[in-house]
Design a protein around this ligand. Sequence first.
Ligand SMILES: CC(C)(COP(=O)(O)OP(=O)(O)OC[C@H]1O[C@@H](n2cnc3c(N)ncnc32)[C@H](O)[C@@H]1OP(=O)(O)O)[C@@H](O)C(=O)NCCC(=O)NCCS
Length: 342
Amino acid sequence: MSSASVASFHAPKCTRVKISALGTYAPPKILTNADLEKLVDTSDEWITTRTGIKERHILEAGLGTSDMAVEAAKRCLAARGIEASELEAIIVGTVTPDMLFPSTACLVQDKIGAKGAWGFDVSAGCSGFIFALQAGAKLVESGAHTKVMVIGADANSRIVNYKDRTTCIIFGDGAGAVLIEPAEEGEIGLIDFVHEIDGSGGPSLNLAAGGSLNPATAETVAAGMHFIHQDGQAVYKFAVRKMADATTRVLERNGVTGPDLDCFIPHQANKRIINATAERLGMNPDRVIINIEKYGNTSAGTIPLAMGTAIEEGKLKKGDLVLLAAAGAGFTVGAALLQWEI
Ligand SMILES: CC(C)(COP(=O)(O)OP(=O)(O)OC[C@H]1O[C@@H](n2cnc3c(N)ncnc32)[C@H](O)[C@@H]1OP(=O)(O)O)[C@@H](O)C(=O)NCCC(=O)NCCS
């Protein structure tokens, strides 16, 4: 061994961590069910009954996911009253990066001027935010960092086929960012996570072309392989079963029941999936946050956007016990338990 002493090495320390600020962004352009009736054979009545969605936000041409992430990040920094240069890491959950590389985290870091931060993207479909949240939480919990930004952002309009009525009615664009910092004395913050992946679900929800297996060619474009492919019923069944499973596990191992929760903020994929999960947990419907009618499914953006809605509606305040849950492409599923500290 060299002359370096173990005592001089960086020693990991564990600390409680919390979400200390939130910023959200949805692009101004809106696509309503009436607009979709003009594009595909569908109806407002069908979309509303089967999904709960009325309208979704669409990112304007010429912009990418990183631009929405940047807006959310700036609002998050402003809410906390700190400069981008104080961020130590940026983690972005997304499946619609501006490009295959560099990562969206790199693009955001540069655009907001977070000099000195490192970071990376998390590809976990609609569980992207919740997976990134655990990664960010552990960076702070371990003592490695004190200010980590976690962003969930997706521009689904870029990968949706507006001739396919089974998918184009569901998806929208949006982003949200949270800051993770050490908790103050007496605060609890992030408590626990239960996450799982099941790659056997890949064929049911994917985007086949543009990667190393099927690089972009005139043929892949002609075959529509750059659009979302989804077996809606398979995804629906997985989401209902596994969101109930993950949420039950995280609650049980922390001695909490559904009625103990002040607020349930689920991924917004389908109102029926949300209601089925909430019912299984015995949740009071008043405490379940649903904003799918305004945004549709924004993939990794849904949970932070729904946090924003919960605050606006007066349903999320400091000290509340909160459950988050999501399921998505992969398949992926996750649940998080936390105390809200803002
Ligand atoms: C996609 C989804 C809304 C479809 O709802 P569903 O109740 O399962 O509907 P089905 O697929 O059984 O289709 C029922 C009928 O409606 C039709 N249909 C499908 N989309 C339609 C639309 N937009 N408008 C009108 N009819 C439509 C189907 O063709 C089918 O017709 P058929 O009975 O004549 O064959 C639902 O499966 C879902 O939400 N899945 C999960 C999707 C998801 O969460 N994805 C994101 C990842 S988290």
